[in-house]
Design a binder for this molecule. Structure first.
Ligand code: DLL
Length: 431
């Protein structure tokens, strides 16, 4: 069974466990993965040189490109016959990458997911609707194994068929919903159309992640679905969902540090940054056998916190992911994360949660067009006020970013709804 004791271990004891596991991991990589053997040799070190946790800085980084170059099985540390599950990234931005799990890895992952569910208010008595996609994506199956490990009841509905999702919630009395935050918003809209009121449902919490979302969006989701919303983070290369999750205090996501060693680096110099400073998140897996990773550069931007948490967990927290280094837009020299614009939008009364950022280049000049969908009510009642409303949105965004933007109000239901990860940015400059 899962062992939450490890979550409240003293930092000293945890560090001992981490060091032992780090050494084992580096040894495994050195002995079994030619890619790492070569990298470690180039650095002139072996696993025996790891004497303290700080020595992690001696180790080489791993990037997504390294995984691509070793496609499909080159990063595995065990023979393929010992792999019991393979997941893969979609490969929309290049060659796909695969990840492999031994049966022990599946055990570990299930345990971490069970612990994640507990942090998100779930227990054995819950009915948990898993509306993350099942398949090569790690969301569906990751949650599924966690729910079974917890001993709760899984509804393995996967993403899509939104009306059926709502009917299941009503008929089966779902108490915990798991999906992307953008899909949760879409569900709220569909429920309204169907005349279903979330206040009448039994939902108590939602475990949402797999894409960036802001605290303001959380307020919206909580209001619309009448539940407590938790942010869950993970990535397939490192494991899948269940790398970190918020507790009831919602002051950052506790990283499961008995399985993943976090660092935050300056993405330019690759130097480790002190706690509290924002940079690129890097993970070393220390409890994984099929495909262990050393200092994997996630490209996700966040910072780490070690202040005590009232929940009693001693594991470090990461701030909500602000975005990815590769999602950051550079508009006329100004760095813009889509999540910053989302935060501004969601603070304005009556703004719908459906928006998209369209970037173009006209006569050599970058144009950022923030397309915001008008709600049905606004559209019918306030046609005349729309212009002022558009100006207000534009002024708010411009003053926050210090950058001129265009704001276009679009008719209700014109922005594509998401059943998985939402597409928030369309950058036409690359075409
Ligand atoms: O998205 C795993 C997952 C499934 C996490 C279900 C949470 C819930 P990938 O498809 O490999 O794996 O995508 C990983 O998604 O590097 C982040 O950029 C982003 N991401 C994941 N969770 C969050 C989050 C899954 N809570 C990539 N906030 C990561 C912001 C997130 N971004």
């Amino acid at each position: 069974m899962y062992s939450p004791d490890v979550e409240s271990m003293s930092r000293e004891k945890l560090a001992e466990l981490q060091l032992e596991r780090l050494k084992e991991t580096v040894k495994l990589c050195e002995e079994m993965v030619p890619f790492y053997r070569k990298k470690l040799r180039e650095k002139g070190i072996t696993w025996k040189d790891i004497k303290s946790l700080e020595d992690i800085e001696l180790l080489p980084f791993t990037t997504k490109d390294d995984l691509r170059e070793n496609y499909p099985f080159g990063m595995f540390a065990v023979p393929v016959r010992d792999i019991v599950r393979i997941h893969a990234s979609s490969g929309t931005t290049g060659q796909p990458t695969v990840v492999g799990y031994t049966s022990r890895d599946i055990e570990t992952w299930s345990e971490l997911m069970a612990r994640s569910l507990v942090a998100g208010m779930a227990d054995k008595s819950d009915i948990i609707q898993i509306a993350y996609g099942y398949g090569l994506f790690t969301g569906g199956l990751g949650f599924h194994y966690g729910v079974e490990r917890l001993g709760a009841s899984a509804i393995p509905v996967s993403g899509g068929n939104t009306k059926r999702q709502i009917r299941l919630m009503v008929d089966l009395g779902t108490t915990v919903l798991c999906c992307t935050p953008s899909y949760a918003i879409f569900m709220a809209e569909t429920a309204e159309e169907m005349g279903v009121d979330f206040k009448e449902l039994k939902l108590k919490s939602g475990i949402f992640g797999a894409e960036p979302w802001s605290d303001r969006m959380r307020d919206k989701v909580e209001r619309l679905l009448n539940l407590s919303a938790f942010d869950v983070y993970g990535l397939s290369e490192v494991m899948g969902p269940g790398v970190s999750i918020e507790c009831e205090n919602k002051e950052g996501l506790h990283i499961f540090e008995d399985a993943f060693l976090p660092e935050v680096i300056d993405p330019g110099s690759c130097e480790d940054l002190p706690l509290g400073e924002q940079g690129e998140l890097v993970f070393t897996t220390i409890n994984k056998k099929g495909m262990p990773l050393i200092r994997y550069r996630t490209r996700d931007i966040t910072s780490l916190e070690d202040s005590p948490c009232p929940c009693g967990r001693t594991h470090l927290r990461m701030r909500r992911v602000r975005g990815r280094t590769d999602d950051m837009l550079i508009i006329r020299g100004v760095n813009v994360f889509p999540s910053q614009i989302e935060s501004v939008l969601m603070q304005i009364e009556d703004v719908s949660p459906h928006y998209q950022l369209i970037v173009d280049r006209e006569a050599g000049l970058d144009i950022l067009d923030v397309q915001v969908e008008v709600s049905e009510d606004m559209f019918s009642d306030r046609i005349r006020g729309l212009e002022q409303w558009q100006e207000l949105i534009q002024a708010e965004i411009e003053s926050y970013l210090g950058l001129g933007v265009k704001v276009t109000l679009v008719e209700p239901r014109t922005i594509a709804r998401s059943e998985g990860k939402a597409v928030r940015v369309v950058d036409n400059r690359e075409i």
